[in-house]
Ligand binder design. Structure first.
Ligand SMILES: NC(=O)c1ccc[n+]([C@@H]2O[C@H](COP(=O)([O-])OP(=O)(O)OC[C@H]3O[C@@H](n4cnc5c(N)ncnc54)[C@H](OP(=O)(O)O)[C@@H]3O)[C@@H](O)[C@H]2O)c1
Length: 283
C-alpha cells in the first residue's frame, strides 16, 4: 500500500497510538503533518519516525486543542502552506480524574476530545473538500457505550467523574461523526469513527494511585494491546481502498460495527452539533 503524493494531518501525533499511526503511514510515503502540543517533547518522536520510516516529508506543527485561538492559528498556518489534505486524523485525547478546564472554560475532556477537534475539522473543511476522496477519522473508543450526554450540563459542573467525562466525550465524538457525515454527503469527503483498542499509553497516567487501583491497573495493562497494534485501525482507515466511499460509520479492529441504539438519538445529535457550533464560535 502506498500513500505517495498524499498529505495527512494527525493530532496527538507524538502520543502512544498517534506516534505508531504516524510511523505506519510515514512508511507508506505520505507527507505528514504532526500536530503536537509541545514541540520540544515531540522532537525525539519526530526524529525517530523520520529515521525508522526513511521518510523526510514529515513536519511538526504546534497546536493546543484546549485553546480555540491556538486552533485557529494552526489552521491558518496549515492552509497557507498546504493546498491538499487527503486524511485528517483527529487522534489526540485526554482523560482527567479530576475536573479541569480549557482556556475558554470548557470541561477539559469534552473541550479537547470533542470541541477542539470540532473547530479544527471545520476550519480545515475547505481544503478537505478541494482534495478528491479526502477522509476524516475520529478516534473514539468503545468506552462510548457507557457515555451519557446532558446538553444542559455538557461541562459536568453539577457532578464530575473522570470516567464519565471520558466515556461521554467518546460518545459525543460518535454523534459528531454521524452528523458530519450527513452534512458532507455529496462533497466526496468521508468521515468515520473508530476504536483503536486498549493500549498501555500515557493517557492512563492520570489514573489515581491508591495501592489497589495501581495494582489492578498493572494487571489491566498486561491485558492491553501493544500500541503498534492499536494504531492499525487508523492506518487501515487512512489508507485502504476497501473503505473508499464509506462514511458515517464506526470501526473496530478494521471491521465496521453497528453502533449501540443510544447513538440513534437524532435530536441529541443535532442538539450537540448546535451547542458545539455555539461554543466554538462557529454559529
Ligand atoms: N490507549 C487506549 O487504551 C485507548 C483506548 C481507546 C481510545 N483511545 C484513544 O486513542 C487516542 C490516542 O490516545 P493514546 O492512548 O495514544 O494517549 P496518549 O499517549 O496520552 O496520547 C494522547 C496525545 O494527545 C495529545 N494531547 C493532549 N492534550 C492535547 C492538547 N491540549 N492539544 C493537542 N494535543 C494534545 C498528547 O500530547 P502530550 O503528550 O503533549 O500531552 C498526546 O500526543 C485518544 O483519542 C484516546 O482517547 C485510547
Amino acid at each position: 500500500m502506498t500513500m505517495e503524493g498524499k498529505t495527512l494531518l494527525i493530532t496527538g501525533a507524538d502520543g502512544g497510538i498517534g506516534s505508531e499511526t504516524t510511523k505506519g503511514i510515514a512508511k507508506m510515503g505520505a507527507t505528514i503533518i504532526m500536530a503536537c502540543l509541545d514541540l520540544n517533547d515531540a522532537k525525539p518522536v519526530y526524529e525517530n519516525i523520520k529515521q525508522e520510516s526513511g521518510n523526510e516529508r514529515i513536519e511538526m506543527m504546534q497546536v493546543d486543542l484546549a485553546s480555540l485561538s491556538s486552533i485557529r492559528q494552526f489552521a491558518t498556518h496549515f492552509s497557507q502552506k498546504y493546498q491538499q489534505l487527503n486524511v485528517l486524523i483527529n487522534n489526540a485525547g485526554v482523560f482527567r480524574w479530576k475536573r479541569e478546564e480549557t482556556l475558554e472554560g470548557f470541561e477539559r475532556t469534552i473541550g479537547i476530545n470533542l470541541l477542539g477537534h470540532f473547530l479544527l475539522t471545520h476550519l480545515l473543511l475547505p481544503i478537505l473538500k478541494q482534495t478528491p476522496g479526502a477522509r476524516i477519522l475520529n478516534v473514539s473508543s468503545n468506552a462510548y457505550f457507557q457515555g451519557k450526554i446532558d446538553l444542559h450540563d455538557l461541562h459536568l459542573k453539577k457532578k464530575y467523574a473522570g470516567v464519565k467525562a471520558y466515556d461521554s466525550s467518546k460518545l459525543a465524538i460518535v454523534f459528531f461523526n454521524q452528523e458530519l457525515a450527513e452534512r458532507l454527503q455529496g462533497t466526496g469527503v468521508t468521515v468515520n469513527a473508530l476504536h483503536p483498542g486498549h493500549a498501555a499509553t500515557n493517557i492512563w497516567n492520570m489514573w489515581p494511585g491508591t495501592w489497589y487501583q495501581t495494582l489492578l491497573f498493572k494487571i489491566l495493562k498486561m491485558l492491553m494491546k501493544p500500541t503498534v497494534e492499536a494504531a492499525q485501525n487508523s492506518i487501515y482507515l487512512a489508507s485502504s481502498d476497501e473503505v473508499k466511499g464509506i462514511t458515517g460509520k464506526f470501526f473496530d479492529n478494521k471491521k465496521m460495527k453497528e453502533v449501540v441504539p443510544k447513538c440513534k438519538n437524532i435530536q441529541l445529535q443535532k442538539g450537540l452539533w448546535a451547542l458545539s457550533e455555539k461554543l466554538t464560535g462557529l454559529a
